[in-house]
Ligand binder design. Structure first.
Ligand code: AMP
Ligand code: MN
Ligand code: MN
Length: 317
């Protein structure tokens, strides 16, 4: 995929990422935004995303993000990043109406939804794919920082198995631009507010182990989120903390999104492919990190998920 070639002559270019954008989604969208603004000064470029967490405010272009999706005019080119078009939220209409659509993603569950697709499940992150696709001459400190933040978020700071030698080589090139990477890792990845820490503590205390202690689940309902005054982005990291527990092969964290509706996050090791489980329930993701939305009570969700996980753990799939 030659990004600039595909955008040749385009006057209006749009970029969208998935609902509840994570660090990779924000880094990839704003990285591509910076690149296109720099390389195609005559084009109008816009990014559409649900409002990302405040920790990403430092990334250049954050204040230009449109979270309303109020305008009507169609785009000549529309990029769908880090997801398929069904998770674009308010930007789905732009994708459907665009003259040309491009999809850049690293989710195994995404078959490619654009007219032109660049889907690489072996890549650590969509930010790494944006790095691969851009002309390296255009890299500068702001663009490098955007892509670096995306990579550290989807690799858990180079810990997860999606980290390849190539990922590290690209990250090495990115930090050569001289941004304060230890502070960015601390402030965007590890640091939690007091309330975020409290609700994590609550989720850990209330967690339940099952399948002979090989799996763990915890959930937070709407009432508890309201009590602490926290939103979905404040719950990130809880599922990883559950997965860190010794002996656990699969961790599930869920929070209530509506009456009898939960957003499910799963993390696993090599014994369980959670992308398969999530796909069965209409979601997706990666082998060791995936998610979906399910209807029912907390216990309905756990029972349905555990059937699929148990089959894998017992080698029956
Ligand atoms: P999460 O547990 O929300 O952090 O998501 C883990 C991984 O699964 C990420 O790569 C997400 O993009 C992906 N994912 C989460 N929810 C869904 C969904 N409903 N459909 C497809 N992919 C998802
Ligand atoms: Mn993502
Ligand atoms: Mn990603």
């Amino acid at each position: 995929m030659d990004i600039l070639q595909e955008c040749r002559g385009a006057k209006r270019i749009g970029i969208g990422g998935h609902v509840r954008p994570d660090g990779d989604c924000v880094g990839a969208c704003l990285g591509l935004y910076q690149y296109l603004c720099k390389s195609l000064p005559e084009a109008s470029v816009q990014v559409f995303l649900e409002k990302p967490a405040e920790i990403f405010r430092e990334i250049k272009g954050y204040d230009e993000i449109d979270s309303e999706c109020g305008q009507q005019e169609a785009f000549d080119v529309f990029f769908c990043l880090d997801c398929a078009q069904d998770r674009l939220g308010g930007a789905q209409g732009y994708f459907a109406a665009a003259g040309k659509t491009l999809n850049i993603d690293h989710h195994v569950s995404n078959p490619g939804c654009g007219g032109i697709n660049y889907i690489r499940p072996e890549a650590s992150s969509t930010s790494e794919l944006v790095y691969d696709l851009i002309d390296k001459e255009a890299l500068d400190k702001d663009l490098a920082m955007a892509l670096y933040i995306g990579i550290i978020h989807d690799t858990g700071v180079f810990q997860y198995s999606n980290t390849s030698p190539q990922t590290m080589e690209k990250a090495a090139k990115l930090i050569s631009f001289g941004f304060d990477f230890p502070r960015l890792i601390e402030e965007t990845f590890y640091q939690k507010t007091y309330l975020q820490s409290q609700i994590m503590g609550r989720a850990l205390i209330q967690s339940i182990r099952f399948m002979d202690g090989r799996c763990i689940v915890s959930g937070i309902d709407r009432k508890t989120m309201d009590f602490y005054g926290v939103g979905p982005s404040d719950l990130e990291g809880i599922v990883n903390q559950l997965r860190n527990i010794k002996g656990i092969h699969c961790a599930i964290f869920m929070y209530q999104t509506d009456v009898l509706e939960y957003k499910i996050s799963m993390r696993s090791d090599e014994l369980v492919d959670v992308a398969k489980v999530a796909e069965f329930f209409g979601g997706g993701g990666h082998k060791r990190a995936a998610g979906c939305t399910m209807r029912g009570t907390f216990h309905d969700c756990v029972n349905n998920l555990s059937l699929h996980i148990e089959r894998q753990l017992d080698g029956r799939l």
